[in-house]
Design a protein around this ligand. Structure first.
Ligand code: PLP
Length: 384
């Protein structure tokens, strides 16, 4: 399907250049069918039986994702958390997994509250360094290392190639949550990871109108068959319309991410010098602890998300979010519209987010409008 030698931005813009054979349409049809005709001799030569596993609505999204991430296969799911859960549920009770303490809080909570009831043993590490990993890795028992880079909401950076080399030496596999970086900025499989996971709800779809998830695998092997079986049996499948919208969103992925990165970098630099900002957490800033690794590992930018710690503490942070008008006060990230949120409020009790932290998802609006909005929101009553 994909023309050889074309660059990822071209593959995405044309969704692999796919043309509908029946109509010559250059946009895919929407297939809502949940069931498929059996041949008179009782076979299913179409290869499709039932919509929970075989929907043609997934074909293009999965092929495009596999191509962009450089994997042999991809599966779309009903949400990012459903995609991640399927990978963990394909493991066996008694297996040991390692995850970072700084990661998307909803998935961390699932690991803490549900994966352990499934019999998985989970070690959360404050830092995903070789030394910290070596201390908890158990040959024969550690089956999966979870990486999120840049990681929500401090945008901590993990060296994917270093973790992958260590995992391989110990017989474990690595999955990278590539939601924030996207394949535009980081291709984990090329760095040695075994799987990539996405909350496709974010940059891949990009328009805040689809909840979806995806897994991409380096190898189509027996372990991947188990993941597919978990999706089929568990049924956390994406609706056909959502899959169609996802392909439509991915066509502009490269443009959107590039613009978001450019603006985020400008905003980070601007706020780093702002008297009402105590700290800017953005891997593109030389002062960020992960800057050197991010510079080597990410190409084309450092991402469209950043966090700031507001001078004056929690109430000051909440007040700043209350004053933005271009940045909308809402959770999530990776959409065309810029969002701001007080992270500790959404994570609730047990949140590890500093109380003065605001998370910013930079959209594709004019950079100057975004900076002006933050400036007016940060200025206090005296107009400082
Ligand atoms: N991973 C990251 C980095 C996220 O930000 C999110 C959602 O916020 C998820 C995973 C979970 O994805 P979803 O909300 O699509 O289930």
């Amino acid at each position: 399907m994909a023309a050889e030698g074309l660059r990822p931005a071209t593959l995405a813009a044309q969704a692999l250049g796919w043309v509908d054979e029946a109509t010559r349409a250059i946009i895919p049809p929407l297939h809502p069918a949940t069931t498929f005709l059996r041949d008179p001799d009782n076979q299913f030569r179409s290869g499709r039986i039932y919509g929970r596993d075989d929907s043609p609505a997934y074909d293009q999204a999965e092929a495009l994702l596999a191509a962009l991430e450089g994997g042999e296969g991809a599966l779309v799911f009903a949400s990012g958390n459903a995609a991640a859960a399927a990978l963990f549920q394909a493991l066996a009770p008694g297996d040991h997994v390692i995850a970072p303490a700084v990661m998307y809080w909803g998935l961390r909570a699932w690991l803490r509250d549900h994966a352990v009831r499934w019999g998985l043993e989970v070690s959360f590490l404050p830092e995903m360094t070789a030394a910290a990993l070596s201390a908890v890795l158990r040959v024969g028992r550690t089956k999966l290392i979870w990486v999120e880079t840049p990681a929500n909401p401090t945008w901590a950076i993990t060296d994917i190639a270093a973790v992958a080399a260590l995992a391989r030496a110990h017989g474990a596999r690595v999955c990278v949550d590539n939601t924030a970086a996207t394949p535009v900025l980081t291709r984990p499989l090329a760095l040695g990871a075994d799987y990539v996971m996405h909350s496709a709800t974010k940059y891949l779809n990009g328009h805040s109108d689809v909840v979806a998830g995806a897994l991409v695998t380096a190898l189509r092997d027996a372990a991947w068959d188990k993941v597919r079986a978990v999706r089929r049996a568990g049924g956390a499948v994406l609706g056909p319309f959502e899959a169609w919208l996802l392909v439509r969103g991915m066509r502009t992925l490269y443009l959107r991410v590039s613009q978001a990165c450019r603006s985020a970098e400008r905003i980070a630099g601007h706020l780093a010098a702002h008297p009402r900002v105590a700290a800017v957490l953005y891997p593109g800033l030389p002062g960020h602890p992960g800057h050197a690794i991010a510079k080597a590992q990410m190409t084309g930018g450092f991402g469209g998300t950043l966090s700031i710690r507001v001078a004056g503490g929690e109430m000051a942070a909440v007040a700043v979010a209350a004053r933005t008008t271009v940045f909308k006060r809402a959770t999530s990230l990776g959409g065309v519209e810029s969002l701001i949120e007080h992270r500790a409020s959404i994570e609730g009790a047990g949140s590890s987010a500093p109380p003065d932290l605001l998370r910013l998802s930079v959209g594709i609006e004019d950079t100057e409008d975004l900076i002006a909005d933050l400036d007016q929101a940060l200025s206090d009553a005296t107009g400082r």
